[in-house]
Write a protein that binds this ligand. Structure first.
Ligand SMILES: Nc1ncnc2c1ncn2[C@@H]1O[C@H](COP(=O)(O)OP(=O)(O)OP(=O)(O)O)[C@@H](O)[C@H]1O
Ligand SMILES: [Mg+2]
Length: 502
């Protein structure tokens, strides 16, 4: 629960941060990153230097005091101070020591009684502390209390005894006996004061470095962003004037890539725009042609008086043919427009493809017979597929119609249907005039016809293959063509057996 809340809070924070406009600016980000990169080492270096100084200063202070205390311990034994604290020499040494380190020295005898306290408040009291007891056993100790600002140390007062009993001269068999303990608290105020001074100096240096980084990061952000500002300017200019001039900002590789990508988009937009314009002019031209013919026919009838009925009938037949042509163009255009829309218009159902092909072949057979073209259908296996029947009908009929139209006398058209576990394949092969190699890539374009005069004579508008290809694409299928001039053409269409929605 807590974890989820945490994630939710972070997401909310991220959203909020993203909404802060200035964080979305690349310039600000670069500036902040540089600032952080400069600041982090600066602050951590100050921290590390101060820490190091403190450790070293405390160590030096501790070893200094230890050395002094060891000398003092010897004097204490020599002057029998533990038994009698009247020695002025030792008392002077003790007060000098406590003055020097701004601290307190306590001399404790082996009965744990305080024989001397430089503060004069605990004399003759018994002290039972862990450190003192350990020290009586010969273990010296030192402890740094940072919060209260002092170092506490315990040093054993050791008497060296000659072998075989007390007496002068240690020699080879000498042994040592702990006679008491010195407990010292030395102030570390002077160390802290030095540290404060150091810290203040470091802070001043830090502020100066920070200001330098600030200035550098502002400059760096400006320099780094400059090429992007240039490219924005170039894009704005391109948009305002809609110029065809390619954008080129060669300041850095990134802006060059952006410029190239934009030029590619611009190029594609231009191609689309050109093809749209071409399409509109083609549509107007194609729609106008039958109307112009009809007008010419009607005008010539009107211009003559007493026209024989046969001529009337002849002209009217021509006018009807033109109306049919106009009707076909409009229907084809409507099919294309429908297919340009989304796949939402797909009306998918299980269709027996064999039955469908046979039906289309039966419909087209009279046209084939009229042109003396033999129509053959070979089905290699039964095929049912989930397709839009109307659209697939358009595909098959357009291909077979073309194969008949662009054929030769006594020619043939062979339609073959086959399938595997994924696709069904329809091939439409003919013995016709073939498609020139340089035209193969264009045959799917709207209104494209290889031989315009011939197509017009036969009655084509150049929309059939473009309709067929759109319908195939909507089924996520493919269309391929192989052709040889004067030998024939084979179109191969592959459509998935199950419909794959977008
Ligand atoms: N089987 C074929 N053999 C030779 N040329 C072909 C064949 N199929 C198509 N073409 C060529 O490709 C062009 C485009 O074909 P498409 O079917 O798109 O238009 P069309 O047949 O001229 O007119 P529409 O089909 O709209 O009535 C045709 O004009 C023709 O030149
Ligand atoms: Mg056609």
């Amino acid at each position: 629960m807590c974890g989820l809340n945490g994630v939710w809070a972070i997401t909310l924070l991220k959203d909020k941060l993203r909404k802060i406009i200035f964080l979305r600016s690349l310039k600000t980000r670069i500036f902040l990153i540089l600032l952080l990169v400069g600041l982090i080492p600066c602050v951590s270096m100050r921290y590390a230097i101060l820490q190091n100084y403190e450790r070293r200063a405390v160590n030096i202070r501790t070893s200094d005091i230890t050395a002094q205390l060891r000398i003092l311990a010897n004097h204490l034994i020599t002057y029998h101070y533990l038994q009698d604290t009247a020695s002025e020499v030792i008392n002077a040494e003790l007060s000098q020591l406590s003055g020097l380190y701004d601290g307190r020295v306590m001399i404790i005898n082996s009965d744990l009684r305080i024989v001397k306290d430089t503060y004069g408040i605990s004399e003759n009291k018994t002290i039972i502390s862990e450190e003192v007891v350990r020290c009586i056993k010969g273990e010296s100790d030192s402890k740094y209390d940072r919060d209260n600002g002092y170092i506490e140390m315990t040093i054993p007062i050791i008497e060296t005894l000659a072998a075989g009993g007390s007496g002068a001269g240690g020699g080879a068999g000498a042994r040592e006996a702990v006679r008491g303990v010195m407990l010292v608290s030395a102030s570390t105020d002077s160390i802290m004061a030095t540290m404060d001074t150091l810290s203040r100096q470091a802070l001043i240096i830090e502020v100066i470095v920070m200001l330098a980084i600030l200035v550098c990061s502002v400059l760096a952000a400006k320099v780094l962003i400059h090429p992007f500002e240039k490219i924005t300017e170039a894009l704005d200019q391109a948009q305002e004037g809609y110029t065809d001039d390619p954008i080129s900002v060669t300041d850095c590789i990134e802006t060059e890539h952006i410029g190239d990508a934009f030029n590619r988009v611009l190029g594609r937009m231009k191609v689309l725009d050109d093809s749209r314009q071409e399409f509109v002019s083609n549509v107007s031209h194609e729609l106008k042609t039958p109307i112009t013919s009809m007008k010419v026919l009607a005008d010539s009838l009107l211009a003559q008086n007493d026209v024989p009925v046969e001529v009337y009938q002849d002209f009217m037949a021509d006018i009807t043919a033109e109306i049919e042509r106009e009707d076909k163009i409009i229907n084809d255009l409507l099919s294309l427009v429908k297919m340009d829309r989304t796949a939402a218009d797909m009306n998918v159902a299980e269709v027996d493809i064999n039955v469908l092909v046979e039906l289309i072949m039966r419909r087209l057979r009279p046209i084939a017979q009229k042109r003396d073209v033999e129509l053959v259908y070979e089905s290699l296996r039964p095929v049912t597929a989930a397709v839009d029947e109307v659209k697939i009908t358009l595909v098959i009929s357009n291909l077979v119609e073309n194969a008949i139209k662009y054929n030769k006398e006594h020619g043939w058209v062979k339609v073959t249907l086959d399938a595997d576990h994924q696709f069904f394949t329809l091939t439409v092969a003919d013995s016709g005039i073939g498609i020139p190699e340089d035209a193969v890539d264009q045959i799917y374009e709207r209104f494209y016809r290889v031989d315009k005069s011939r197509s017009r004579e036969i009655g084509g508008t150049g929309l059939g293959l473009s309709i067929a290809r759109n319908a195939i694409m909507m089924h996520r299928g493919s269309i391929r063509v192989e052709s040889r001039i004067d030998e024939g053409t084979t179109f191969t269409v592959k459509i998935p057996l199950s419909y794959i929605p977008a």
